[in-house]
Design a binder for this molecule. Structure first.
Ligand SMILES: NC(=O)c1ccc[n+]([C@@H]2O[C@H](COP(=O)([O-])OP(=O)(O)OC[C@H]3O[C@@H](n4cnc5c(N)ncnc54)[C@H](OP(=O)(O)O)[C@@H]3O)[C@@H](O)[C@H]2O)c1
Length: 244
């Protein structure tokens, strides 16, 4: 058990989500996976499902917008495991308004808080643990809708219904990925962004031709399992580097 690589995934609050399926795939690859949800009960229940499948999961409560909580989880992991090998920033919130001028400022702030500052906060507090790993990796789960390429719709080919605050928060997350990759290179920590592509985690996404969650999650898993000395500061989909 002790030789297993340890992964932490944020935003594993739903059985239908990409985070849950990513946890399942990594645990099946012999990783020990800490699944975190902002509700302890959800983390316990979801971990329980995978533990029943014989997988090695640890549930923890983590709201990425709560700095005290992020710090406390980092301390808990340090005490219990002494290191972290892979951090996957998957947590995301979506506002319900799409239009740039129509979206409420409070929604923009909340989206940036969870999708961008939340990821920065986990990078800040978990980096000391990642520095203790032999093969550390950070994967920021991004979206083609916040890029200039790579999806059917993107910032240069916008789709009327792309959620504005969400997409711009992912653009910021991509920028954070690039900067963190440079800063953490000397510690051999690979920092990459990855998009699952349009994935049928919600009915509306299924109606837009979203692919199965197993495929979306695989795209994240491939970025999380890059070999030591692999690429850093890149944007991945399906294991391939795509343009920002
Ligand atoms: N599905 C797609 O087509 C698609 C496409 C491109 C990118 N992505 C990206 O893939 C990732 C997973 O998306 P998904 O479709 O699986 O969505 P999802 O099921 O809604 O998963 C997002 C999870 O993030 C959690 N969350 C929200 N705010 C949080 C916070 N402050 N702290 C901790 N957790 C928080 C939510 O928790 P609750 O359950 O408590 O609400 C939810 O469980 C996201 O980063 C998303 O941007 C998805």
């Amino acid at each position: 058990m002790k030789n297993k690589q340890l992964v932490l995934i944020t935003g594993v609050g739903k059985q239908t989500g990409i985070g849950f399926e990513t946890a399942r795939q990594l645990a099946n690859m012999n990783y020990q996976v800490i699944i975190t949800s902002r509700k302890q009960e959800a983390a316990d229940n979801l971990a329980g499902i995978l533990i029943e499948e014989g997988l090695d999961l640890v549930p923890m409560a983590l709201d990425v917008t709560d700095e005290t909580m992020v710090k406390a989880v980092a301390e808990k992991i340090d005490l219990r495991f002494g290191k972290l090998d892979v951090l996957i920033n998957n947590a995301t919130s979506f506002p319900d308004k799409f239009d740039t001028a129509g979206v409420d400022l409070i929604d923009i702030k909340n989206v940036f808080d969870s999708n961008f500052i939340g990821a920065w906060s986990t990078i800040k507090y978990f980096t000391p643990l990642l520095k203790k790993s032999e093969h550390a990796r950070i994967v920021n789960v991004s979206s083609g809708s916040g890029s200039f390429s790579g999806e059917e719709f993107n910032l240069l080919n916008p789709w009327r219904d792309v959620i504005s605050a969400y997409s711009i928060s992912k653009l910021a997350l991509n920028g954070l990925t690039l900067k963190a990759a440079i800063d953490l290179k000397e510690y051999n920590i690979l920092v990459n962004a990855a998009t699952p592509g349009v994935t049928a985690t919600y009915e509306i996404l299924a109606s837009f031709g979203g692919r199965p969650v197993s495929e979306g999650a695989k795209s994240i898993v491939l970025a999380a399992t890059l070999p030591k000395g692999g690429p850093t500061g890149k944007f991945f989909k399906n294991g391939e580097i795509i343009g920002w």
